[in-house]
Design a protein. Sequence first.
Length: 312
Amino acid sequence: MQAYGLRDADPPFNDIDADIILRSSDKVDFHVHKLFLSKASPFFRDMVSLPQTNDSFPVDEARNGLFVLPLEEDASAIDMMLRFCYPRSCCPEEPHLDGFDDLKHAMQMASKYQLDVMERAVLLRLEVDPEVQHPERLYATAWALGLRDVVLAAAKLSLRHPRPVDEEFEEFDDIPATALIRFLDYRRRCVDAVVPIMTDFSWFHGNDIAEFLTKCSNMSCLDWNINVDNGVNSIKKWWWDYIETVKAELAVAPSKWAPAVPKLLSSAIEAAAVCPDCRASHMITPAMTFMCKRLSEEIELRISKVELKTPF
Ligand SMILES: [Zn+2]
């Protein structure tokens, strides 16, 4: 007989050949396979290999001949976790992390159940998605859980926000003051590492695009009073304006995403089109796209050399 309030999970976690049930805190039973849990998680491997009548094994009850393992997470969190554990042949829908809450839960489960696959998914998301909300809160969560790689990735992503710790959040209650001091110190050292990129143009030389950005047959297009090193004598004014704006941005938000802010790019492209020679070359957009990419790579390289020490 089914207990009151209990329901089964949707496919594929209601398989008739399942060999264990995971029960969520909101009373949803996931009929799953020990093999997939064991392969994804040393925690589950040890747990399902214990004798299942042993008092130390937190089995709640049996249902339909299967042991029931009660978990503290709700159905939505367990569904997400299982999608990371199962092979795609059994669970075709790609697992996804939707936003801040998913990322935080994924980190907590990755730590608690030793799920490397979930930790890697969080890392990847922080590395590729500049729109992830509250990286400073994710930093605090990762610090509290001792997830070093995620701590670094979250700190790095927070660089795109000028003042990431202006507000109080519950996650800050879980970390020592040292964690916050190192976070702020990391940001300061990142600013110191990237701002010189905008005056030492060693990263900029040796390509057709650099040639295009420093020379124009329309003399009024050029600025000869520039303050850069490495043999650059002139630069197009519209591009220099863009560089100065990016430099100001990097002084408060030293992130690889700064050069590609759409408003900055479109302003530079509009200003460039005022010069008839630049416009006629059809090089403005490809040049800006290329330089943006190079600049981001250079910022990323210098940031990657900035250390953030953790006690774990
Ligand atoms: Zn020009």
